[in-house]
Design a protein around this ligand. Structure first.
Ligand code: NAD
Length: 467
C-alpha cells in the first residue's frame, strides 16, 4: 500500500489548488481525479462558457455595434468556435497537471472510494485497483453535478445540460432554456446572440433569484430586446416530439397550460453536491438533508482527518469559493493557523450586461437591522461607458447610514465582473464610503462609477444631480 500524508479526491478548482498548496507546504500529497484535471470549471463550466460568451458578445457587438463599423457577410463558424474553445480547455487542464507536478504533488487518474478514515481505494480506467493510505488527511473535493428533471431526461443532443451546451457544433434555430438561473441565462444568451430564438422558462416569479432585482431587470430587458421571451412563474412539464422533428415543450403558467416549439432544450435547474457513492457514509461522515458535507471553519467534517472543500461542502457553488477553501484546508493540514473568515464571497454573472455582487443587498441589510444609505451611479452618465457604447446599468453601493461603512456593492453593466474585486477588497478592509470616494480613480475608466456611487451615498456626487 502506497502512503501519503494527504489524499485529495477531485482535481477541480477546490481540489487542485489544495494539492498545489499542500505540495508547497511540503506535505506529501496525492490528488485523485476520475475525469479530467480542472473539474467542471475548466472542462465544461466557467472557462468554456466564458470563451463562448466572449465570442458571442464580439459577434453581436460587431453586428449591432452602432459605432459606424460596417461588416458585410459576418458569420460565426460553430466548428471553429468549438476548436478554439477546446484549445483553451486543453491548455488550462494541461496547466493543472504541470502545476501539481511542479509543486511536488502526485496526480493519479481513477475513481476514488473512501474505505476507512485514512484509506482510499482507486479504480483506474483499466479496472485496476490500488489502495492508498493517508497519514494525516483525506480531502473530499468532488464538486457537484447537474440536476436532471425526470420529464426532460438528457439525450445528449436535443435535451441537454450545460456540459453539452458548451460543445454544440451547430446553432439551434430555436432554444428553450428551463431555469432562468445563472447557467440558463449565460448560455441561453450565447446561442441567442449566435442566432437562436430563445425562450426561457423560470418557475419562480423572477429570473436570477437572489440577485438585486434592479440588476436582474436590466438583463431581462436585454434578452427581450434581442428578441427573446422570458416566462416567469412558468413550470416546465414535459415535451413531445413533433412530426417535423421539432420539440413541443409544455409548461404551466398562471394555472394555464401552454407550449413552445423548439429544436433544443437546455435544462439548467441547478446542481447537486457529489457526496454520495464515495464511501463517506460508511466511515461515518455526516451528509446533510440537502446532500452537502457540513464542515467547520477549518474545513473539517465530523470525522477526524477527513476534510471537505468546494461545492460538496455547501453553497455558494462558486469556483473561487472552492479555491479559497482548498488553500485554507491545505494550510490547516500543514499545521498552520488558517480559517474561513471572509466578509463576503463576491459573485459574477456573465450575462449581458454582466452582474456582479459583493456583500449585502439593501433588503438584506435592512433585515439585519441597518438603516441604509444607498448611492447609485448609472453608466449612462459615464464618459468611458459611452465610448464603449455600453451604457446600460449602474453601480449601487449600500452602506450603513449611521457609520457610513460599506455593506454591499451591486453592479450591472460593462465589466461588472472585473470591477467587483475593488468592492470585495472594500468589504474585507471594512471600508467607509469616504475611503472609496476619496481614492483617486483613473479617468476615464468604468471604475469611476464605484467612486461616484460612494460619493452619491455621501451626498456629493460630481457627474450626476445630487438627489
Ligand atoms: P440556479 O440555481 O442558478 O438556477 C436554476 C433555476 O432553475 C432557478 O431559478 C429555479 O427556480 C429554476 N427551476 C428549477 N426547476 C424548474 C422547472 N421545473 N421549470 C422552470 N424553472 C425551474 O442553477 P444553475 O443556473 O443551473 O447553476 C448551477 C450552479 O452553478 C449555481 O449554484 C451557480 O452558482 C453555479 N454557476 C455559477 C456561475 C457564475 O458564477 N458565473 C456560472 C454558472 C454556474
Amino acid at each position: 500500500m502506497k502512503t501519503y500524508d494527504a489524499i485529495v479526491i477531485g482535481a477541480g478548482p477546490g481540489g487542485y489548488p489544495c494539492g498545489i498548496r499542500l505540495g508547497q507546504l511540503k506535505v506529501k500529497t496525492l490528488v485523485i481525479e476520475k475525469e479530467s484535471p480542472g473539474g467542471v470549471c475548466l472542462n465544461w463550466g466557467c472557462i468554456p462558457s466564458k470563451a463562448l460568451i466572449s465570442a458571442a458578445n464580439t459577434f453581436e457587438k460587431i453586428k449591432h455595434g452602432g459605432m459606424g463599423i460596417k461588416v458585410q457577410g459576418l458569420t460565426v463558424d460553430p466548428n471553429e468556435l468549438q476548436d478554439w474553445k477546446e484549445g483553451i480547455v486543453k491548455r488550462l487542464t494541461g496547466g493543472v497537471r504541470s502545476l501539481l507536478k511542479m509543486n511536488g504533488a502526485d496526480l493519479t487518474m481513477g475513481t476514488a472510494t473512501v474505505t476507512s478514515p485514512n484509506t482510499v481505494e482507486v479504480v483506474g480506467a483499466d479496472g485496476q485497483k490500488e489502495t492508498y493510505k493517508a497519514e494525516k488527511a483525506i480531502v473530499v473535493a468532488t464538486g457537484a453535478q447537474t440536476i436532471e428533471i425526470p420529464t426532460f431526461k438528457f439525450d445528449g443532443s436535443r435535451i441537454i445540460g450545460a456540459r453539452e451546451a458548451v460543445s454544440l457544433r451547430s446553432v439551434p434555430k430555436r432554444m428553450v432554456v428551463i431555469g432562468g438561473g445563472i447557467i440558463g441565462l449565460e448560455l441561453g444568451m450565447v446561442y441567442q446572440k449566435l442566432g437562436s430564438q430563445l425562450t426561457v422558462l423560470e418557475a419562480l416569479p423572477s429570473i436570477l433569484n437572489g440577485v438585486d432585482p434592479e440588476c436582474s431587470k436590466i438583463v431581462e430587458r436585454r434578452i427581450t430586446k434581442l428578441g427573446g421571451t422570458i416566462h416567469v412563474g412558468a413550470k416546465a412539464l414535459g415535451y413531445e416530439k413533433q412530426s417535423d422533428g421539432s420539440l413541443a415543450v409544455a409548461f404551466e403558467k398562471d394555472g394555464k397550460r401552454d407550449t413552445v416549439v423548439c429544436d433544443v432544450v437546455l435544462v439548467a435547474v441547478g446542481m447537486r453536491p457529489s457526496a454520495r457513492n464515495l464511501g463517506l457514509e460508511k466511515v461515518g461522515v455526516h451528509i446533510n438533508e440537502r446532500g452537502f458535507v457540513p464542515i467547520d471553519k477549518q474545513g473539517r467534517t465530523n470525522v477526524p482527518g477527513i476534510y471537505a472543500v468546494g461545492d460538496v461542502s455547501g453553497p455558494p457553488l462558486l469556483a473561487h469559493k472552492a479555491t479559497k477553501e482548498g488553500e485554507i484546508v491545505a494550510e490547516v493540514i500543514a499545521g498552520h493557523k488558517a480559517a474561513m473568515d471572509w466578509v463576503s464571497i463576491p459573485g459574477a454573472i456573465f450575462t449581458d450586461p454582466e452582474i456582479a455582487t459583493a456583500g449585502l443587498t439593501a433588503d438584506e441589510a435592512k433585515q439585519k437591522g441597518y438603516e441604509v444609505a444607498i448611492g447609485k451611479f448609472p453608466f449612462a452618465a459615464l464618459g468611458k461607458a459611452m465610448a464603449l457604447n455600453e451604457t446600460e446599468g449602474f453601480v449601487k453601493v449600500v452602506a450603513d447610514k449611521k457609520t457610513k461603512q460599506i455593506l454591499g456593492v451591486h453592479i450591472v453593466g460593462p465589466e461588472a465582473s472585473t470591477m467587483i474585486s475593488e468592492a470585495a477588497l472594500s468589504l474585507e478592509m471594512a471600508a467607509f464610503l469616504e475611503d472609496v470616494n476619496l481614492t483617486i480613480h483613473p479617468y476615464p475608466t468604468l471604475g469611476e462609477a464605484y467612486r461616484e456611487a460612494a460619493g452619491r451615498a455621501r451626498g456629493q456626487p460630481i457627474h450626476i444631480a445630487n438627489r
